[in-house]
Design a protein around this ligand. Structure first.
Ligand SMILES: Cc1cc2nc3c(=O)[nH]c(=O)nc-3n(C[C@H](O)[C@H](O)[C@H](O)COP(=O)(O)OP(=O)(O)OC[C@H]3O[C@@H](n4cnc5c(N)ncnc54)[C@H](O)[C@@H]3O)c2cc1C
Length: 325
């Protein structure tokens, strides 16, 4: 096995897991884990790259500075970070996991899934600052967004995207409007399709700067590719909050909630030995504090799993040992 632990997703949850898994080995010296983070974005950080995230108490935020310091810790403790979207994760008969990206295949003894709950497209965070990709969290905000878009003559078409619950938003928006509206529901799908709501997975978002429009690529549930042009993409986070998991690459089958998110135990372990999950991938509430704390626990537990396999004894770990580094 080239790696002990592979963390899939380098957002707050994945980076916390990686730092913890690598850091715990530094003072304990029982065994030093080799940790790799694979992230699909053009740089690690996940949603924390979009905007400062307010943590639990007012005034405490997770900003680029905190992200930088997590990345410095990764560097300090020898965590490797590579760019790559994981396309398949399967268990090996000999134990451990095989993790495949478009460019490489890796093997490891433990995996932490920290892929968040969003689309996870390259450049996604940049798009959010172009006012071409908008989001909202309640109908009052949506009304405001729609009013502004309706008043802008240059906006002719809007694509509304979310998971199955986007159908409710679509119906809310059904009053006649000047702009053309297409609605796409991503999997998992409910039994009955909703009239006017297309079904498919958004696989690409690009800005066509020459035409000043967005180009989307949608893979239908039957595998056909549809290229859509629109002026604005509205992402329905209400819908995503309920069902949006981005776990299509999983070829092993940990227990899942009905809405598709991974169900874990208290140590963030799934019912597949060596498989752990953290952050938005394990369901709501979506918050950076939850992501980091679950990541910390998952990294710790993944390290314990690996150390027991490598050395034959469970490590004697105490999470709050006063480390000297
Ligand atoms: C607009 C907005 C505002 C928010 N504001 C706040 C706030 O103020 N306070 C707060 O606490 N929370 C806020 N949140 C929520 C917070 O950002 C998330 O809860 C947190 O980022 C979750 O961390 P994560 O690591 O689980 O997932 P993410 O941050 O989503 O990171 C997941 C990472 O996994 C990668 N990935 C996905 N699929 C793959 C794959 N197949 N292979 C490899 N890598 C993959 C992605 O590229 C991404 O980097 C906000 C979210 C949004 C969208």
């Amino acid at each position: 096995m080239e790696y002990d632990i592979i963390v899939v997703g380098g957002g707050p949850a994945g980076l916390s897991a990686a730092v913890r898994a690598a850091w715990v080995a530094a003072p304990a010296v029982t065994y030093r884990a080799r940790v790799l983070v694979l992230d699909a974005g053009d740089a690690p950080g996940g949603l924390s790259r979009w905007q400062p995230l307010v943590m639990n108490s007012p005034g405490v935020v997770f900003t680029k500075r905190e992200l930088k310091s997590m990345l410095r810790s990764c560097d300090l403790f020898g965590v490797e970070i590579k760019q790559g979207r994981v396309e398949a994760l399967r268990t090996l008969e000999s134990g451990g996991f095989e993790v495949t990206t478009a460019d490489a295949t890796y093997q490891c003894l433990a995996t932490v899934i920290a892929t968040g709950c969003r689309l996870g497209h390259r450049n996604e965070h940049r798009l959010f600052h172009h006012n071409r990709v908008l989001w909202f969290h309640d109908n009052a905000t949506l009304d405001q967004v729609m009013e502004q878009l309706d008043a802008n003559d240059r906006i002719k078409s809007i694509c509304l995207c979310g998971s199955e619950a986007v159908a409710a938003t679509h119906q809310y928006l059904m009053k006649p409007r000047r702009v053309e509206l297409r609605t796409i529901a991503e999997p998992p799908y409910a039994e009955d399709p909703v009239p006017g709501v297309e079904r498919g997975r958004l696989t690409l978002i690009e800005v066509d700067t020459a035409a000043d429009r967005l180009r989307l690529q949608v893979e239908s549930m039957y595998g056909a590719i549809d290229n859509i042009e629109c002026d604005v993409l509205i992402v329905d986070f209400n819908a995503y909050q309920k069902t949006a998991s981005s776990l299509g690459f999983l070829q092993c089958a940990p227990r899942r909630f009905a809405n598709g998110f991974i169900s874990t135990g208290r140590d963030m372990g799934c019912d597949v030995p060596g498989l752990f999950a953290a952050g938005d991938a394990t369901s709501t509430p979506f918050s950076v504090v939850k992501a980091m704390s679950e990541g910390t626990v998952a990294g710790f537990a993944a390290y314990a799993h690996v150390c027991a396999l490598r050395t034959g004894t469970a490590p004697n770990l105490f999470p709050f040992f006063p480390y000297e580094i």
